[in-house]
Write a protein that binds this ligand. Structure first.
Ligand code: F1X
Length: 320
């Protein structure tokens, strides 16, 4: 069973425009959709739609629209009431696929709420194989929260502790991999996040354009004690580096409808293959197949495993 934590969930509102986005104009959208969101929520939705057991842990009131949508989708969740509505994040999609995202800061969580959330996670992860800590941290939460949660879970569950995946950015990611509270088992940075993590933020564009350099940079993090680094490269696919090897995988081109949530689905694909006992390279292939399928769907919709096309993914081993 896979437990996800979304400390800063959202209602994702996506509008598709008939033409280019013009600043300052009133634009009539062609289509508008809304989906429950936040990275851990998306991962749980992607797992559930393919019948993998999952629980999404998140702050939010029982009657909040995000939780109502999760109930409708049949996604199991445990929520912690906060007395205010979950934030709305807006995505604007232009006909050429250009996506502009406006993310709200989210509802603050005080110390008591953070401790309560950690306690909920300890309860929910008693028989979990993975815990996924995903997305930004809301106002009031220190950037080392994922590190603190990881330590609490590992102390509470001992030998039965789940593997921990972290999918976040900025200081929350930096602090999650500083090693003081142990390393995550898996991280999923994009090129920008990877460059920042190794302390060379200016290198991100080079990383995005070079599979070998991405793999070498990810390997630096594996040397620091992370089991697996799944580095996503947008349309160029993804690189996986573990102590046992490095691989690049790329899907045949697809018509992109919305890239929002594609990274979350990549991680879901990786976890699905891992739950099925597949090899690291096969987990990478499924990650890329899931990410591509998600990018070809509107809004933050998630693909079912049977609709993904791992056979359209080219896998290459990288010699470091
Ligand atoms: O503001 P955060 O927490 O970094 O990201 C939130 C978010 O952009 O991530 C998901 C896509 O990955 C969306 O569902 C959601 O709106």
């Amino acid at each position: 069973m896979i437990v996800t934590l979304t400390a800063n969930p959202s209602m994702d509102r996506t509008v598709e425009l008939p033409g280019e986005l013009k600043r300052g104009a009133v634009i009539r959208a062609e289509r508008a959709v809304q989906d429950p969101g936040g990275k851990g929520v998306n991962i749980a939705r992607a797992l559930k739609v393919s019948d993998f057991e999952t629980v999404a842990v998140l702050p939010g009131d029982d009657e909040d629209a995000v939780l109502t949508s999760l109930r409708e989708e049949g996604v199991a969740f445990t929520n912690m009431p906060i007395g205010s509505p979950i934030r709305s994040n807006i995505t604007v999609v232009e006909p050429d696929g250009t996506t502009t995202k406006l993310n709200a800061p989210g509802e603050p969580l005080n110390d008591v709420a953070q401790q309560q959330l950690t306690r909920l996670l300890i309860q929910e992860t008693q028989s979990a194989s993975w815990l996924v800590l995903a997305g930004s941290l809301p106002p009031g939460v220190q950037s080392d929260y994922y590190s603190v949660v990881s330590r609490a879970i590992r102390e509470a569950q001992g030998e039965n502790a789940p593997l921990i995946a972290v999918d976040t950015s900025g200081n929350a990611l930096r602090d999650a991999v500083n090693g003081q509270d142990g390393m995550p088992n898996l991280i999923k940075p994009n090129s920008e996040e990877l460059a920042e993590l190794v302390g060379r933020p200016d290198e991100w564009q080079e990383l995005e354009g070079s599979v070998e350099q991405t793999a070498r940079t990810a390997a630096e993090l594996v040397e620091r004690g992370i089991d697996a680094v799944l580095a996503t490269m947008g349309g160029e696919g993804a690189v996986l580096v573990t102590a046992g090897g490095a691989w690049h995988a790329k899907h045949a081109p697809v018509k992109v409808r919305s890239t929002v949530g594609a990274g979350d689905c990549s991680l879901a694909g990786y976890l699905i293959a891992h739950e099925q006992g597949k090899s690291p390279a096969e987990c990478l292939v499924q990650a890329v197949a899931h990410g591509s399928a998600a990018a070809s769907m509107p809004g933050t919709q998630v693909p079912v495993l049977s609709a993904t096309t791992p056979e359209a993914v080219t896998l290459t081993e990288i010699n470091l």
